[in-house]
Design a protein around this ligand. Structure first.
Ligand SMILES: CC(=O)SCCNC(=O)CCNC(=O)[C@H](O)C(C)(C)COP(=O)(O)OP(=O)(O)OC[C@H]1O[C@@H](n2cnc3c(N)ncnc32)[C@H](O)[C@@H]1OP(=O)(O)O
Length: 406
């Protein structure tokens, strides 16, 4: 192949991005969205595959920091903007670009790599495991009700409609407080708060964003951003984001969204699988819930990644890990840890569980069961009795969730 991989020159961004759009079958996006992605592109982390003066392949990465179980926030390479022109597919271009990407991630000292996939079948071969799902819902609010708050839990809570952009300094503080509480959440990089307000942006569904802020004692303790379409009595409330410091505030915001005049539906497509509203509604079957894979995770420095999270129960287990794509991770690791800390080191002791790095990635944030993976033939228990305690330890109190696509 004569194709050459090169770092993206900012002057080439338009043609580079056009190649990406063409690979995605020419999907149309709003000018405001395009400008956002242009501004957020990290050129030094972007690759173009060039053939005879034409960009034929693209790949980029964002320098995220992701919360892991126990509250640590780890440098995480967010793989993004991957595309290969239809004329150049299935010749190994993606494989070559990802190989280079993961080597650079390792050199840069990021223990984790993450992505959201256009198709679920693409990235397992490169060691990315499905680590967190997302809930979509289409709720018939004429049928589905949220109960009124019991007792004094919502006392002192005031909801205020505010200008969505002007509210960002306040709402971003609320967002920041949520990050370490939920594995998979991303610290906000400069400029990424625009996702909250950009027209038709990631996680959108409607333009004309409205913002409601929940306050207690004059301070913001929660917010929701949403839009309303076809408000003719059967209109739809499209929720873009919702965050709250506590359950009472969270339910008060959902109650508000469920009861907007001239609407009869609430929709969203990206909420945590353990979101509280599902357990509070009177009729969960009227909520049109769909579960989908979302965040894919890959340990790039396996030992550092496993040592950085906390474990729900004490664990002491020897893992035999296969990682043909990043062979520096291959081999036997002893993982010992609990809720206070963890150590993960190479060992020559007999292995107790055998799995590939993809299964470690899937289980890493606590959202995928090692026992479930074992029943699917993807984890092998080499010492009887090793699997159950490891499964419990890898779990976590809060389901992992990626707050937005990228
Ligand atoms: C993180 C993100 O950005 S997700 C976005 C991914 N991009 C898209 O979906 C845009 C449309 N698709 C494309 O641009 C291309 O088809 C890509 C990027 C998905 C694949 O690029 P290619 O250069 O063809 O991949 P490459 O030739 O390296 O294939 C590697 C392997 O993956 C397999 N593969 C590639 N694409 C797919 C797919 N869509 N579904 C299943 N398997 C696939 C290939 O068959 C090959 O398998 P093999 O190793 O067993 O032979």
């Amino acid at each position: 192949m004569t194709t050459e991989l090169k770092e993206l020159d900012p002057a080439d961004w338009e043609r580079w991005y056009r190649c990406l759009n063409t690979a995605f079958a020419g999907e149309v996006e709003l000018a405001e969205q395009r400008a956002l992605w242009r501004d957020l592109t990290e050129h030094k982390r972007s690759l173009g595959a060039w053939d005879d003066g034409q960009v034929v392949g693209t790949l980029s990465a964002f320098s995220f920091r992701m919360a892991v179980p126990g509250g640590a926030v780890l440098p995480t390479a967010g793989l993004t903007m991957v595309g290969v022109l239809p004329t150049h597919r299935r010749r190994g271009l993606l494989t070559a670009m990802i190989r280079r990407h993961l080597e650079e991630v390792r050199e840069g000292g990021e223990p984790l790599a993450a992505l959201t996939a256009s198709e679920a079948a693409i990235y397992g071969r490169f060691g990315y495991g499905a680590a967190a799902g997302r809930v979509r819902a289409d709720i018939d609010t004429r049928r589905v009700r949220l109960p009124e708050p019991a007792g004094a839990e919502a006392d002192g809570l005031r909801l205020r409609l505010v200008d969505s952009v002007a509210a960002l300094p306040e709402t971003e503080k609320v967002y920041a407080r949520q990050v370490e509480r939920r594995p998979g959440m991303l610290e906000r990089l400069p400029g990424w708060e625009r996702l909250e307000t950009v027209a038709g942006g990631v996680g959108a569904g409607s333009v004309g964003q409205l913002c409601v802020v929940a306050e207690r004692d004059g301070a913001a303790v929660g917010y929701a951003r949403y839009g309303v379409s076809d408000a003719d009595g059967t209109g739809t409330v499209r929720v873009r984001s919702l965050a709250a410091d506590d359950g009472a505030t969270e339910l008060a915001l959902w109650r508000f969204l469920f009861s907007i005049d001239l609407t009869s539906r609430v929709t969203f497509f990206d909420r945590p699988v353990d979101d509280a509203w599902q357990y509070a509604v009177n009729d969960v079957r009227g909520c049109g819930i769909q579960l989908r894979d979302n965040l894919y995770l890959r340990p790039v420095e396996l030992g550092a990644a496993l040592a950085a999270r906390r474990y729900a129960a004490p664990v002491d287990v020897v893992l035999e890990v296969a990682d043909p794509f990043c062979p520096w991770n291959e081999g036997r690791w002893r993982l010992s840890g609990d809720r206070a800390g963890a150590v993960c080191e190479r060992t020559t002791d007999p292995a107790e569980l055998a799995l590939s790095v993809r299964e470690v990635g899937a289980a890493y944030l606590g959202g995928t069961s090692l026992t479930g993976l074992a029943r699917a033939g993807r984890v092998r228990e080499l010492r009887a009795g090793a699997l159950a305690p490891a499964t419990t330890a890898f779990g976590w109190d809060v389901a992992p969730w990626l707050p937005h696509g990228f």
